[in-house]
Design a protein around this ligand. Sequence first.
Ligand code: TRP
Length: 345
Amino acid sequence: MDSSKENKENIVESAPRKKRALSCIQPTGIPTLGNYLGAMRNWVAMQDEMDCAFAVADLHAITVRQEPANLRKQIYEMFALLLSIGLDPEKTLLFVQSQVPAHAQLSWILSCHTQFGELSRMTQFKDKSAKHADNINLGLFAYPSLMAADILLYQPDYVPVGADQKQHVELTRDIAERFNNLYGNVFTVPEPYIMKSGARIRSLQDPTKKMSKSDTNQNAYISLKDDPDTIVRKFKRAVTDSEARVYHGEGKDGINNLIEIYSSITGKTFEQIEQEFEGKGYGDFKIAVAEVVVETLRPIQQKFDELIQDKAYLEKMMAQGAERASKIAQRTLNKALKKTGFVII
Ligand code: TRP
């Protein structure tokens, strides 16, 4: 080993520990451009700065009824997508939740430290039970204690999530603090890490609403799997206003949304974009937005198409991730079991 390398390693060793981050995504449908620009792309940027772990939250998916063959397909797809967007399994821990049994185990312990009243107040539970009135199952109610287990097993400092998940992370903090107060320090109390830029990409058909993959109108969202023609067509149909001048301003929700998408991809400021499209119509602007979106998604789609053909490779990567994740998770689980009074053999 040459001395410069030795030096570098010493520096690494004496540097403060990297912060840790963990997040999960449910394998329910292909994410939208909004999910990508608002969350997933930031995960890729974070992996150089922090010790990151990202998982496919398949156990959460069955809180609403899933068709088994379709669930299986979506687990492969979501895992392949995590790799396709540029998460690097050499740097970042990538795994599938159900393949690490400690999640379900810790979830039980945490359930016994979570109050009925707390879970009743969760807005996602209220929304989902209104939407699936015929299937308000125990898992849907207990969803946040499984999510708390996902998080606390890995002792992260940060949990990067969209604003809609903040309440669940706050509850996780409460559960962790309660547990630590009862039994001594077991869990790091994590902070939600709410992503700012590009976080609020809106529907192309009703820009007062968030872009959502569950929208019944397919023209309202760009799916990460949409081909170039579809992307161009959807942007051409995007709702705008009658002023025909490209600038970011009040009452221009549709154009504001397109400017925000363009800005979040190109890194240009709103002013630069206004200058670029000065004297041009909405038609030109929409094409330009569609083009940068197509080019952003192209390499992701290419990688995805390649990976999804190769189930053996995906399973190998899943197995590696599950093994690494289990080591970390088991350590925390054992500590929690021991402190709670269980016999570890
Ligand atoms: N509930 C999250 C969502 O629907 C997914 C999720 C499950 C999650 N476990 C998690 C997010 C742990 C962050 C951390 O978006």
